[in-house]
Structure formats: C-alpha cells, structure tokens
Write a protein that binds this ligand. Structure first.
Ligand SMILES: [Zn+2]
Length: 125
C-alpha cells in the first residue's frame, strides 16, 4: 500500500479519525499501527493524537522494513531500524479478523517488544 504522505503536515497533531480520512485507511488499521509502534502525543489522553512527523516517520519506516529480510524469529524495529529479536516473554499473538490466501485462513499478527530498546514491534504470521 502507498499512502500520500504529502498530505500530512509535520507540525500538526492529528486524531485517528483525521488520519483515517487523510490516508484513506480504516481506523482499525490505525489502532493496529499504534500497537506496532506509532507514537501518540500523549499516551494516556483522549482523543488519541499523533504528530504529523511521527506519522510520516512511522509510515516511512514501515516501507523500509519491507526491504529487510526477516528470519522466522525476527521483527523489524522502527527505532533501531533493523531486524531485531523479541524480548523474552513479550510476544503475544492476535487475530486480525482478516482471512487471507487461497485457503482463506485467518491472518494473525505477533506483537512483541524489541530486545534492544523495548519499542513495540509486530509481524504478520
Ligand atoms: Zn529496537
């Protein structure tokens, strides 16, 4: 997927609704991005706000991560900008609610924390 990053202004704080309208992604996807390491301006406040430059950096890093080959036990850390291992005991698996492939199997995602810097990382199974 390609998102039009030129619509995002760096020094503007966006709500998840604004991001979903701007980038034409559904809000479930944005909530998943938050679990994958997209930074919130103030983690404990509502509405959830994301700074434009954090959003751009996150999407850019997601793009870069696709060029990195990962082993089965590795994750791409957006902060370390490389393949990393998960912190022991930090991994948990969730279903995304989507079905994929010819067999129409349920898509799952593993959430974990980077062994090096504890930033949230995620990987589809
Ligand atoms: Zn890291």
């Amino acid at each position: 997927m390609t998102y039009n990053l030129s619509k995002i202004r760096g020094k503007t704080a966006y709500t998840t609704r604004e991001i979903s309208e701007l980038l034409k992604v559904n809000r479930k996807t944005i909530l998943r991005w938050l679990k994958e390491g997209l930074l919130l301006l103030a983690p404990n406040k509502t509405p959830k706000l994301v700074m434009g430059y954090d959003l751009k950096a996150f999407i850019q890093a997601k793009r870069d991560s696709r060029r990195v080959k990962l082993n089965w036990n590795e994750f791409y850390c957006l902060k370390c900008k490389k393949a990393v291992l998960a912190k022991r005991g930090s991994e948990h698996t969730e279903k995304t609610g989507k079905n994929i492939g010819l067999e129409n199997r349920e898509q799952e995602i593993i959430y974990a924390k980077c062994k090096g810097c504890s930033t949230p990382v995620a990987r589809f199974i």
